[in-house]
Design a protein around this ligand. Structure first.
Ligand code: BGC
Ligand code: ZN
Length: 368
């Protein structure tokens, strides 16, 4: 099979590799699901892996197949598989269990081990190829009516988890009814978080660098009933003074400076969720005394949130369905840049690296 791969450790090594086709017998206890891949999305993680900022090959390989946002159709199932059947549309979770207690209870998304196993990211091949096989535990069914949103199921799972984590952690307060939420960043995670928060009835402000006029990201955020504000027109501090401090911030800019700046504007008893993976070496100074003082006096909370388990995929998919009936046609506008076929990997990477308007790049691997 053709596969798009990198050589971890070597910057800009994206290339076409060759993989043997997997089979049901690769999975123990007849729990295998063989999936024919239709589409795979790529994001900043794939770009940073190609920049050799992180990512390791699976044992026995000197390359890593990238791509962790998959959409496919079940071709064959092992005799013990109950969840899906041939012909079903599916996606697949990204992380695989290590050895911690959390890994053993289906919560590898919060593994306590430093080493993590992620398909397409670290130590496990990803989905930018023609077929994959996995244990049914990791396979998530996508309703046919959401087929047009395909590769968004994985980023949506991360946004769904980020919001869920805030609500779970805020149980420390006994009563928490967040009214005003900010989302910083209007990439796929920020926009999908905007959707999740709007579905929970909050007043949502989506804040990002780009100017508002003629900006697709602004149109999508406002399509969900949020207010889009360009941070090139107004600072976070000015926003807080003018419209009030937020109860909740989902930070998804990919910029650690802004992640820290958010600490200066969060309201009392508020919750800030960091979701960005910042692979660089940025080093900034912050008003640490002031932040420390206000965080203690305001009982504020910071939560990091990464990855998602199958339950977050399911709740994300449910929210995508509710999003479709609430604000029809908005979510599919995220899917901006299709690439035809695995052979076009160079164009895929070029869009990821160079085109700041490419909100979502994905590869059409095969027709249905
Ligand atoms: C993926 C997550 C993953 C994270 C860290 C993100 O791009 O969507 O599933 O856990 O990167 O590797
Ligand atoms: Zn991702």
């Amino acid at each position: 099979m053709k596969a798009i791969a990198v050589r971890p450790g070597t910057p800009n090594s994206v290339h076409l590799a060759d993989l043997t086709k997997p089979s049901l017998s690769d999975i123990v206890n007849d729990r295998g699901v063989l999936v024919r891949i239709l589409k795979v999305g790529v994001d900043a993680t794939d770009r940073e892996i190609n920049d050799a900022l992180y990512g390791q090959s699976p044992e026995g390989y000197d390359f890593l197949v990238i791509g962790h946002e998959c959409f496919g159709v079940v071709e064959e199932t092992g005799s013990a598989v109950k969840k899906v059947k041939p012909g079903d549309y599916v996606t697949c979770t990204v992380r695989r269990p290590g050895g911690s207690i959390f890994d053993q209870i289906g919560r590898s998304d919060i593994t306590s081990e430093e080493e993590y196993y992620e398909r397409g990211i670290n130590l496990r091949h990803g989905f930018l190829t023609e077929y994959f096989v996995d244990d049914e535990e990791f396979i998530v069914r996508i309703p046919p009516g959401l087929r047009h949103l395909h590769v968004l199921a994985e980023p949506m799972s991360c946004s769904a988890k980020a919001v869920e984590q805030a609500f779970l952690a805020q149980q420390r307060l006994q009563v928490w009814e967040p009214k005003r939420a900010w989302v910083t960043g209007a990439g796929q995670i920020g926009l999908l978080a905007t959707l999740v928060l709007r579905l929970r009835g909050m007043e949502v402000w989506t804040l990002a660098r780009g100017k508002r006029d003629g900006n697709l990201k602004a149109e999508i955020a406002e399509g969900y009933g949020a207010t889009y504000v360009s941070t090139s027109d107004v600072t976070l501090q000015q926003m807080a003074e003018k419209h009030g401090k937020p109860d909740l911030i989902i930070e998804a800019t990919g910029h650690s400076g802004i992640a820290f700046e958010c600490m200066q504007v969060l309201g009392h008893n508020g919750c800030l969720v960091w979701t960005s993976i910042t692979g660089g070496q940025r080093d900034i100074s912050i008003p640490s005394d002031n932040i420390n003082l206000n965080w203690v006096l305001g009982n504020k909370m910071l939560v990091g949130s990464v990855n998602a388990n199958f339950r977050h995929f399911e709740s994300g998919i449910a929210d995508m369905a509710l999003g479709e009936v609430s604000w029809p046609g908005v979510t599919e506008r995220i899917l901006t840049n299709p690439i035809d076929g695995l052979d076009n990997y160079a164009e895929m990477m070029r869009l990821l690296v160079e085109d700041r308007d490419a909100l979502k790049v994905y590869v059409n691997v095969a027709d249905e």
